[in-house]
Design a protein around this ligand. Structure first.
Ligand SMILES: Cc1cc2nc3c(=O)[nH]c(=O)nc-3n(C[C@H](O)[C@H](O)[C@H](O)COP(=O)(O)OP(=O)(O)OC[C@H]3O[C@@H](n4cnc5c(N)ncnc54)[C@H](O)[C@@H]3O)c2cc1C
Length: 569
């Protein structure tokens, strides 16, 4: 049941407290309450007004101006981006970032997860052993327009029995789609077609898969807290409850545990007790922030702020990794782009009316049609003096997503988004003060390393080569910024002044082997040196996968829930 007011909660003591009702938290809440003997309370800082973002086409709704469904964060000045500070979206709403994200569904490479298994010494995190957890999460459904999907995905790598809907696009842009697919025929060596980039071998260009079902966004709240689950008597969710810290530390047999969690609602502080385990699922910004305010972090940094150290874990908040993104666009010779709908009130209203009446039409989709995963050329000098950061030879360095539109009419545009999916740069989450309600300092470290700047140049060159295929000749009119004859310095200036974040921050409470002297959680997701305290969310990824991060987060949460059940059943 959902509660808005702490006074209405039937109890202030639960077996499990889950902090944060986002991608991971709602999965764990659902799976733990499959056992009727377990009681679970989810504490979520935000509200539950998810209807605000269920129309896929309106994906940007929550991401523009500051609003009450966001944490409204900014980054620290980014050294790799001309010291720019940027807004840094994180959703403050039940569903977490799955309620405002871009809905792209990409898992990464098998090598990404096999590397996790090698780092943690736990084969449970390998691709083969995680695939059943991807399947527990995923419910493959037909696209909203029921088009013929043969050749657009491989059913062997998908499951129809999971909880969170995934589908191919529910409306088409045939002219643009033909342009993109024809490029894989004209330049098959560099840009081969890949029937399914979610097979563990993502290299190549494939059809977009997204967390959309029946033409609507499928978020962790809409799926894992659907009516049939949220009515379980042992599952309670308290909204508007911002957790500040863990309280009541005690040490037994060398392990620290905490009695309760402190949270604020309506300006007052409350405590709620966990009988078995506190599970932090507040996401890669929220989780390390709560840990540090609870005295878990780097002893020197905590004492500089006057916070008493309970557990000296210097890795808390470190290793923050994100994907930098670059956007480039061209004006084109085709009116079949979303600019028509975006910029024309009549067509916009018509499309919205269609979505409202039948959940069909262009509003069932984001404007992306395909995704390419690719590597820098083998003869590139980028890795002359540094190790290749990708997990292996079948793992991409670069992603390009292909999208129509970017306006303004009367011209028509297409847009490519370029992501550096195997970055070397690292940033951090740290505290600005000892006040848990002060926003933390967020440094995603975008392009902080010169290697990533070189990778960004390679990504731009790839994108320019893509549109050299003959099929684009009569289609493209002109680039919005002509990058073709720029010097290296000029390219760098373009990159550093325009690159942004893909919103994929991870690894701020990273997993490591049980005996490692770095890291925050063990492979069983329990915090090192603690008992009854675990982290289950995107913070625990040892290294960022070469993909958008929600699928990996869902798989972690599914396996994490099994690990928790395994310790208490
Ligand atoms: C703009 C953007 C676009 C993205 N696009 C995509 C995409 O297209 N595809 C993809 O795969 N991934 C995408 N992602 C990434 C993906 O959504 C995240 O990796 C994923 O949601 C992380 O899950 P999580 O459970 O770790 O955290 P979250 O989903 O962020 O959940 C954390 C939850 O904890 C709550 N919380 C935080 N602090 C507290 C506190 N102190 N007390 C109580 N509650 C708290 C938050 O309000 C939130 O509900 C995108 C992310 C962003 C920001």
């Amino acid at each position: 049941k959902l509660y808005e007011n702490v006074a209405d909660l039937p109890s202030l003591e639960y077996d499990f407290l889950i902090v944060g009702g986002g991608a991971a938290g709602n999965v764990v809440a659902n799976r733990l309450t499959e056992d009727p003997n377990f009681s679970v309370l989810v504490l979520e800082a935000g509200t539950a007004h998810e209807e605000i973002s269920i129309v896929p086409f309106l994906v940007g709704n929550l991401l523009g101006a500051p609003n009450q469904f966001e944490w409204n964060y900014s980054t620290t000045p980014q050294v790799g981006l001309n010291n720019r500070t940027m807004t840094y979206p994180r959703a403050r709403i039940l569903g977490g970032c799955t309620a405002h994200n871009g809905m792209l569904y990409t898992r990464g490479s098998a090598e990404d997860y096999d590397r996790w298994a090698a780092i943690t010494g736990d084969s449970g995190w390998s691709w083969n052993n995680l695939l059943p957890y991807f399947f527990k999460n995923e419910k493959w459904v037909p696209p909203a327009n029921n088009h013929d999907t043969r050749g657009q995905f491989n059913p062997a790598f998908h499951s129809t029995h999971g909880i969170n809907s995934v589908s191919l696009s529910g409306s088409q842009w045939p002219v643009f789609e033909n342009q993109v697919i024809q490029t894989t025929r004209e330049l098959p060596e560099e840009f081969p077609f890949n029937e399914d980039f979610n097979s563990g071998e993502p290299l190549g260009l494939g059809w977009l898969q997204s967390t959309i079902g029946g033409g609507k966004r499928s978020s962790s709240a809409r799926s894992y807290l659907a009516p049939e689950f949220i009515q379980r008597p042992n599952l309670h969710v308290l909204l508007n409850a911002q957790v500040s810290r863990l309280v009541g530390p005690k040490t037994e047999r060398g392990l620290v545990s905490f009695e309760a969690v402190e949270f604020m609602q309506g300006g007052a502080l409350f405590n709620v007790t966990a009988r078995k385990e506190v599970i932090l699922s507040a996401g890669p910004v929220g989780t390390p922030t709560i840990l540090m305010h609870s005295g878990i972090g780097d002893r020197h940094k905590l004492s500089a702020l006057g916070i008493n150290t309970i557990l000296d874990l210097p890795s808390v908040g470190q290793n923050a990794t994100d994907h930098a993104v670059l956007i480039i666009s061209w004006s084109v010779n085709s009116s079949q782009t979303i600019d028509n709908i975006q910029d024309n009130t009549t067509l916009f209203n018509e499309a919205f009316a269609e979505w409202n009446s039948s959940h069909t039409g262009p509003f069932t989709n984001i404007p992306v049609t395909h995704v390419l995963f690719t590597r820098v050329d083998d003869n590139s000098t980028v890795f002359e003096n540094v190790a290749d950061p990708a997990a292996g030879p079948k793992t991409p360095h670069i992603e390009i997503y292909f999208s129509t539109g970017s306006g303004p009419l009367p011209q028509h545009f297409i847009t490519f988004g370029l992501l550096l999916v195997s970055p070397t740069s690292r940033g951090s989450i740290s505290l600005a003060s000892s006040d848990p309600f002060d926003p933390p300092l967020i440094d995603p470290g975008l392009l902080a390393s010169p290697v990533d700047l070189a990778l960004a140049r390679e990504a731009l060159k790839k994108a320019l080569r893509f549109v050299q295929a003959p099929i684009w000749e009569n289609y493209i009119i002109a680039p919005t910024v002509d990058l073709s004859n720029l010097t290296t310095d000029e390219l760098d200036a373009f990159i550093q002044s325009t690159a942004g974040s893909a919103g994929h921050i991870v690894s701020t409470a990273a997993m490591s082997a049980g005996n490692a002297t770095y890291g925050v959680v063990n492979p069983d997701l329990l915090v090192k040196g603690a008992s009854g305290l675990s982290v289950i969310d995107a913070s625990v990824m040892p290294i960022i996968p070469s993909a958008h991060t929600q699928a990996a987060t869902y798989a972690i949460a599914e396996r994490g829930a099994d690990l928790v059940k395994g310790r208490w059943q």
